[in-house]
Design a protein around this ligand. Structure first.
Ligand code: MG
Length: 367
């Protein structure tokens, strides 16, 4: 496909309420929205970098620089026969998976729209709806218990609690006392070390489906050691930045559940490789979330239709996060089931007046 132009937008979108994790309290979304235009058709992608590198190393300023001066000029100059080629084409620029993904996703969406098929069809996804869970930020214990109740009543199929040292055993005891049988997981976002093995063993007693990224955000070796000390499955998130890293983590025994975030692993082609590897090894996967706008959320829903995504993911109703979204379609789950947006590509259209309202910066690169 010939690429006529690529538009980069920096948007800033308020969250309905602040979201607190072990590394930050966030009040608004900063996202890079990429539009690829090809022969009268548009496709959209979203970058999940933050202004500052609290989750992984990438940040918006660095990603914007690379998109503007490396990936976009390469794409516009050379076009693209199939979006699956792009990861390999950009491999000479090392790392920076989130920046690459923002553009790669837009090309996939544009390509699917040109073919007149939903994106999930290109990915081999067969489902027309996906099971979803809810990820709850940190709050007081009574507020968290009420929040769990509300989401269980709404039918969410898995509840994930954010934890950190000092905010773990009491919280879990309170939630488990009220909800002994729900599918419950925790996400530490790297807040513990092996020196915390005492409290990690206590956390091990709560019948959790898995514990997500308990140790350092780039570690595999200590996670592999921890896996031998706990009954609870370990799921890695931050550590898994490419298909090669997923393979290494599984070879080492550093995790037995894989959280896939397309931005973290460098694009949909990398997701496909990870998917096929995990299916081959019988490793369960699920789709993580980065509080995306409707564009990133719609991409996540499509990729989670692939058969290896067997656990409920983070792709909950958009209205939990945003009072108003930049897409026209309401991406809402009912009884813990999220329908896949219908139509070609990712199946959403832009709420352009609102998108313009929340756009802080725009740059267009033409062929
Ligand atoms: Mg996580």
């Amino acid at each position: 496909m010939r690429i006529d132009e690529v538009e980069l937008r920096l948007v800033r979108l308020p969250y309905r309420s602040p979201f607190k994790t072990s590394f930050a309290e966030e009040r608004e979304k900063h996202a890079v929205i990429v539009t690829v235009r090809s022969q009268g058709v548009e496709g959209y992608g979203e970058g999940v970098m933050d202004p500052f590198p609290h989750y992984r190393e990438e940040c918006i300023a660095g990603a914007w620089h690379l998109l503007r001066n490396a990936f976009v000029p390469e794409l516009v100059a050379n076009g693209c026969e199939h979006p699956s080629q792009l990861v390999a084409r950009w491999a000479g620029w090392r790392g920076n998976p989130m920046a690459k993904t923002a553009l790669e996703l837009a090309v996939w969406d544009c390509y699917a729209r040109q073919q007149g098929v939903p994106l999930r069809t290109l990915l081999g996804g067969t489902r027309t709806e996906i099971p979803v869970g809810a990820s709850l930020g940190m709050n007081t214990i009574p507020e968290t218990v009420e929040n769990v109740r509300r989401h269980v009543e709404q039918g969410y199929q898995r509840i994930k609690l954010k934890i950190e040292p000092g905010w773990d055993v009491q919280l879990l005891a309170a939630v488990r006392a009220e909800f002994p049988f729900i599918e419950l997981t925790v996400d530490a976002n790297s807040a513990y070390t092996l020196a915390d093995i005492g409290v990690l063993r206590e956390i091990d007693q709560f019948g959790l489906h898995y514990i997500e990224q308990p140790l350092h955000w780039d570690d595999m070796v200590e996670h592999a050691h921890l896996a031998t000390l706990l009954h609870t499955n370990i799921c890695l998130d931050e550590t898994l930045t490419s298909p090669a890293r997923v393979k290494a983590a599984l070879d080492l025994g550093a995790c037995s559940v894989v959280n896939v975030k397309v931005g973290r692993v460098g694009g949909l082609q990398s997701v496909r490789e990870i998917h096929d590897m995990c299916v081959g090894l019988g490793v369960p996967m699920w789709c993580g979330g980065m509080l995306e706008t409707g564009i990133g959320r719609a991409h996540n829903i499509h990729l989670a239709t692939m058969p290896g995504f067997v656990y409920p993911g983070d792709t909950a109703s958009a209205s939990r996060t945003y009072a108003r979204d930049i897409v026209e379609q309401a991406l809402e789950a009912t009884q813990g089931i999220m329908p896949v947006p219908e139509g070609p590509g990712i199946g959403v259209t832009l709420d352009r007046p609102f998108l313009n309202e929340v756009t802080e910066q725009t740059e267009v690169v033409r062929a």
